[in-house]
Design a protein around this ligand. Structure first.
Ligand code: BGC
Length: 455
């Protein structure tokens, strides 16, 4: 590999998620999801924002695919809304929902863009939440049945499937701290939700081996933990934080066991899980998707519930609009750590990006976002460094294609490389999109140029 050139066939793309961009959540027979309920509960989402319109991608998908083509994207990672396909979560299939995703996949392929399909990016059918949601052990079967509907309809065209996006966020945000749908705050529920997420992942992979012919994997968010000091309390706190966020899902999937620290963190709320569950969770996967945004420097904090660990703000660092430290070496370190701990599994960066304050409106068709250009340049270089050190990284997806609904932060945080004017819904590629288009066109060679020349 010469200079910053990436391996031949390296896949460059961008990522989105259904509820964050689609809008029209109840159109054409779709059932409500837990996010539809959550945003319509006063006080839960900043400024009362909802996904009722979002980026209106549900109606503008053809224009969005044309935009992706203009940027030269080679891949597009998106998610399926379960309740468009099965309005009640199980049972009757809604053909109109399937047709929407089928049209999208066909348009992507016609434009030479490879679809990466995520089956679950947090928008559980509300009807299943009524039956206990991720707390009901039946959910592994519900999920595998839904996955099977999708495999049967699209596996002839979709070559890369993802079961779950970031199970840690589903459990931590949805069941432990409650900032995300369904908004529970319960130490006893979070371990159960985590375990059922893993069981659902295992069941969907098992089903894929019977029905599908290509590749299936899991997407996890990894945030490397650096200890704030060598004080034994900080060392132990860092190990807990690392187990909770980075190993809680990967250890069961790749090694067939939970990290020991889980019982220490959850105490009496951590059950003894049956060995047969772990055997089914440990299904071989074809690739692992890694979402990387930041690191955390960790110290002991007796008041941080239930982890007894917290992040220490760094004085000399740059922080994004979501309060995350910009730390590109953490991405190289993450990729090397995965290889060391779990072996040579093919990896994709399935999300990486940043919210910065962008001008709210485009001026003369331009949006300048120099901090995002820098962020992308340095993180893509960090990926390159991991490849140089022998990690099998096969692709990179920017989060996100479009400014979109940043969950409970509403539209207040812009992650897109394409600006969306939420009044007119007009799309304007930001400078970061132009920069990324050059990265793709040169397969990374543009990263060798000085920042001024390259952006
Ligand atoms: C999620 C995205 C989210 C992004 C930025 C990831 O955790 O998969 O849906 O918008 O981070 O917060």
């Amino acid at each position: 590999m010469r200079g910053a050139q990436f391996p031949k066939g390296f896949l460059w793309g961008s990522a989105t998620a259904a509820y964050q961009i689609e809008g029209s959540p109840l159109a054409d027979g779709a059932g409500p999801s837990i996010w539809h309920r959550f945003v319509h509960t006063p006080g839960l989402v900043r400024d009362g924002d909802t996904g009722d319109v979002a980026c209106d991608h549900y109606r503008r998908w053809a224009d969005d695919v044309a935009l992706m083509r203009r940027l030269g994207l080679q891949a597009y990672r998106f998610s399926i809304s379960w309740s468009r396909i099965l309005p009640a979560g199980t049972g009757a299939v809604n053909d109109a929902g399937l047709d929407f995703y089928e049209r999208l996949v066909d348009a992507l392929l016609e434009n030479g863009i490879e679809p990466l399909v995520t089956l679950y990016h947090w928008d559980l059918p509300a009807a299943l939440d009524d039956r206990g949601g991720w707390l009901n052990p039946e959910i592994s079967k519900w999920f595998a049945d839904y996955a099977d509907v999708m495999y049967r309809r699209l596996d002839d065209r979709v070559k890369k499937w993802v079961t779950l996006n970031e199970p840690w966020v589903v459990s931590d945000g949805g069941y432990l701290h409650g900032a995300l749908a369904p908004g529970h705050r319960n130490r006893f529920e979070a371990p159960i939700a985590s375990h059922n997420l893993l069981r659902a992942h295992g069941a969907a992979v098992e089903t894929y081996r019977a029905t599908g012919h290509h590749e299936i994997g899991l997407v996890v968010n990894i945030e490397p933990k650096y200890r704030a000091s060598e004080d034994p309390a900080d060392v132990a706190a860092t190990a807990r934080a690392e187990a909770y966020m980075n190993r809680q899902y990967l250890d069961p999937v790749c090694l067939g066991r939970y990290p020991e620290e889980m019982a220490e963190i959850f105490g009496e709320a951590w059950p003894q899980w049956p060995a047969r569950d772990l055997a089914r969770i440990r299904q071989p996967i074809d690739f692992l998707g890694v979402n990387y945004y930041t690191r955390s420097v960790t110290r002991h904090d007796p008041n941080a519930w239930p982890l007894r660990a917290c992040a220490v703000r760094q004085k000399q660092a740059t922080y994004t609009e979501t309060g995350w430290e910009v730390f590109p070496p953490g991405l190289t370190e993450t990729l090397l750590w995965i290889k060391r701990r779990y072996g040579d599994i093919p990896l994709y960066i399935t999300e990486n990006g940043a919210a910065f304050f962008d001008p709210p409106t485009a001026k003369k068709g331009r949006v300048e976002d120099p901090l995002r250009v820098d962020y992308l340049r340095e993180h893509i270089r960090a990926v390159h460094e991991a490849i140089r050190q022998g990690v099998d990284v096969r692709g990179y997806m920017v989060w996100s294609l479009l400014d979109n609904l940043e969950w409970s932060l509403g539209y207040s945080k812009r992650f897109g490389i394409v600006h969306v004017d939420f009044a007119s819904l007009e799309r304007t590629p930001k400078d970061s999109a132009r920069f990324y288009a050059k990265v793709i066109a040169t397969n990374g060679a543009v990263l060798e140029e000085s920042p001024a020349a390259a952006s």
